[in-house]
Each structure stands twice: as C-alpha cells, then as structure tokens.
Ligand binder design. Structure first.
Ligand code: ADP
Ligand code: ASP
Ligand code: MG
Length: 418
C-alpha cells in the first residue's frame, strides 16, 4: 500500500472534537487506499504549560528531565487519536518515540534524528493495521533517555517519517490553509501561495515564519519529500494548500516572495574593544561555548586617543534571541574578568525585532535592498543592523515598529498581487 504521512499541529488536536475532525480526515485517506502514519503535536498550549512546570520547579534544570516532561503532551494526543480511529472502526495504534524507536542524538531539547527503523510499524501494517499514530517532537537517545527536537519539532518528525517510509506525500495540517507571503496574522493582504521553493521556505522558516520548523524543510529538501501545508479546519483535496517543492516546479518567480519576522531578538554592543587579529574569536568563542545563537554581527572601526597617541578600536554589535541575553552577558563578563577580552561597556537592547524579505529572484536582481530601505524610511523606521545573504535581506529594528515594517514591505514588493 502507498504510505501517506499526515501531521496535525496543536490547534488541530486542541480538544476531543478537533481530534475527531482530524480523525475523519485520516479515515478519508485510508478509504482512498493509503496506509497512514499520523504524527500528532500536543494539544495547543500544552507544551507551554509543561515548560512552565519545569521552569517553576528548577532554575538550572536537568535537560533530560525537561525533555521527559515536555514530551508527554504528545503521548496524550497520540493515544487519543488512536482511540478515536478505533471508534471509527479503523485499525490503529499509537507509538511513542521510544517504541518505534525514533533514535536521536543526546542533544536534549534540540536532538537530531539518527535512524527510524521501519520494521515494527511495517509489521503492523502487514497485520492489517491501517494507521500508525506517532507522537511528534520526541525520540530516544542511545542512553535510553527521552529527547525532544526543539519547539515546532513535530513538523520534522513528520518529514522524517515520510522519508523513512517513502511516503507519497507529507501533509502538514494546521490552522492556516497554506503558506502565505507573510504571516496572515500581521496583514490581511497576505496572499496564499500555491507553491514555494524549498530554498525560500527554508529562509522564511529560519527567519521566523513558524508555520514549518526549519529542520523539517531541510530534511524535505534533502530527501525529496513532497511537503504540503494545508488547513485542518476546511474541506481539502489533493490540490489544497501550499506545496513546498523544487525551484523548477514553480510557475511564478517574483523577486521577493515573502516577508518574515522574528519578534524576540536582542542587540548587544561591546563598546571599545581592541582592533587586532584574534579579537572576534575571543568574543564569539565564549558565546558559542555558552550556547548563545549569535545571528547578525557588525563591527565598526573607529579611533581613540590614548594619551598622546591614537589607536584603532572598534565596537562589536551582535544579535541573539532575547532569552539568551543573560547567558551572553555572563559569557562576556567572564571573558573580561579572565583577561581574554577588554571592553568599556556592554550595551544591551532587548526591544528589537528582525524583519526580512526573501526571494530566489534576488540572486539575479539588483535594487532589492534599496527598495526595502526606502519603504522603511518612508514609515520612519530606523534600521539598527542589516544582514544579507544570496536570497534574503534582514534588518533589526525597534520591536514596536515590527508589524508596521512587515506591512510596509509587503506593500512595497506588491506581494498581495500575483
Ligand atoms: P501548528 O500548531 O499547526 O504547528 P503553528 O502555530 O506552529 O501551527 O504554525 C502556524 C502559524 O504560523 C499560523 O497560524 C501563522 O500565524 C504562522 N505563520 C507565520 N508565517 C506564516 C506564513 N508565511 N504563512 C502561513 N502561516 C504563517
Ligand atoms: N508540541 C511541540 C511544541 O509546541 C511540538 C510541536 O507542536 O511541533 O513546540
Ligand atoms: Mg508548528
């Protein structure tokens, strides 16, 4: 039998009625002749609640116990989905990560897949089971401990199963009817795309569009999984939603195809550091060791009078997620105390957001940056840091202007028009 993977996110399994609604969609695919692997998230809000329990119990918590707690939300929905399918006379059972087993690295809360052996699930399909309901987001390490894949990780579970089982398609059911030119919660002008290239979706996801976890897009691209995003609340068929596909399967190709944002960023500036070889490494080494995900980096050369001579000095600015600021600050203060670096001041701005435009067309078009900066200046939005790559331009701005900036860029690049 051909295999189909169907993933239901938190809002799609938020209560028993929604689980029943999702189960009906699964039933329809079984009736079309598929063996179905269903990947479920925890009920919406549940993972946040579990994270809160852990943080309320322990400040510097044991990451293994964090994973043991936060993975449990998916166990509940997997069991309930299997029960609901059984009630509909569909032979189904649930699988927790360790039962498959979904083998992962031991990097707790950001584990990666090592292998997904097929034999247990294949054996059940051979026995006549029609649906394997698998708890998303979780796995098991070589040490036998429960691991999780990072927030939004059920998307990645779904794609990994689609690759492992040569699924015909991986359908990601969620609370929007596809991938839009930007988050439809920010502007009603956001337009649903029929298709989007893997590369573009990869950038959008990594720049903050949480409709798909970045790693899921990476895996789909590598293993050539046909990945689709569609609504669990609407009637859908084979043409519904947005297909994430190879660039050469695209019909339209605009210069800019989407705008992404990341709300919770912070900007840190080390004021007056020495300008000599080895300084950047002395700064970013300790940050990496402290687990800080540094994103944008800017270095400004200047000169400073010391007594009767002038020496070259520089300010180093970098951005990181706002919840990593305390760690970054401590890493810098420790590096200064141990004499590895010197600086006059560490200025922290925790009220910034990142807004980015993405499009594969940028590879061959000039003027995108100019247009972007012009649109922001017309709205009086000050740009604090700029970062570019082949198919994206990102700016760091005051968080209070984030929505405005997204809307202005969406208009400037005519993203509401086909
Ligand atoms: P799930 O719980 O199903 O995994 P998520 O909340 O993780 O759902 O992802 C869906 C949400 O992603 C949407 O409700 C939407 O607000 C947001 N989103 C951000 N950017 C986009 C985009 N470009 N297209 C569609 N949705 C987006
Ligand atoms: N439940 C997890 C989370 O909220 C994983 C997921 O839904 O994809 O992050
Ligand atoms: Mg999600």
């Amino acid at each position: 039998m051909p295999v189909l993977v169907m993933k239901f996110g938190g809002t799609s399994v938020a209560d028993l009625a929604r689980i029943e609604n999702a189960a009906k969609k699964v039933k329809a695919e079984v009736e079309r002749g598929y063996d179905v692997i269903v990947i479920v998230s925890a009920m919406s809000g549940e993972t946040n609640k579990l994270v809160g329990f852990v943080e309320g119990t322990s400040n510097l918590y044991d990451a293994r116990e964090y994973d043991a707690v936060v993975a449990s939300g998916e166990n509940v929905t997997a069991g309930l989905m299997a029960l609901r399918l059984q009630e509909m006379d569909i032979p189904a059972r649930s699988w927790q990560g360790w039962q498959v087993p979904i083998n992962t690295t031991s990097a707790h809360s950001s584990a990666r897949f090592i292998s997904i052996p097929r034999e247990h699930i294949d054996a059940k399909f051979a026995e006549g089971f029609k649906v394997a309901v698998v708890a998303g987001f979780q796995g098991v390490s070589a040490e036998g401990r429960i691991t999780t894949l990072g927030r939004g990780g059920s998307d990645t579970t779904a794609v990994a199963f689609a690759a492992a089982f040569d699924a015909e398609r991986c359908d990601i059911y969620t609370d929007v009817d596809g991938i839009y030119t930007t988050d439809p919660r920010i502007t009603s002008k956001a337009r649903k795309l029929d298709r989007i290239a893997f590369e573009e979706m990869l950038e959008l996801a990594s720049l903050g569009a949480k409709v798909l976890q970045t790693r899921s897009v990476e895996l789909a691209m590598r293993y050539k999984v046909r990945l689709r995003v569609l609504s669990s609340f609407e009637d859908t068929d084979e043409t519904s939603g947005t297909l994430v596909c190879d660039e050469d399967e695209l019909m339209e190709s605009k210069v800019v195809s989407g705008v992404a944002y990341s709300r919770d960023e912070a900007k840190m500036t080390l004021v007056t550091i020495e300008d000599r070889p080895g300084v950047a490494s002395a700064i970013f080494g300790p940050l990496a060791e402290a687990g800080v995900n540094v994103d944008m980096i800017v270095q400004n050369i200047s000169e400073k009078d010391i007594g009767n001579r002038t020496v070259a000095v520089t300010d180093m600015t970098f951005s990181c997620p706002v919840n990593q600021v305390a760690r970054a600050q401590k890493a810098m203060e420790d590096a200064r105390a141990s004499g590895k670096i010197s600086y006059d001041d560490l200025v922290v701005d925790t009220d910034v957001a990142k807004v980015s435009v993405v499009g594969i067309g940028m590879r061959s078009h000039a003027g995108v940056a100019a247009k972007m900066f012009d649109a922001l200046s017309k709205e009086n939005v000050n740009i604090k840091v700029i970062g570019t790559s082949e198919i994206k331009i990102s700016v760091l701005i005051d968080r209070k202007y984030m929505e405005l900036a997204v809307q202005a860029l969406h208009d400037a690049f005519d993203l509401d028009k086909v």
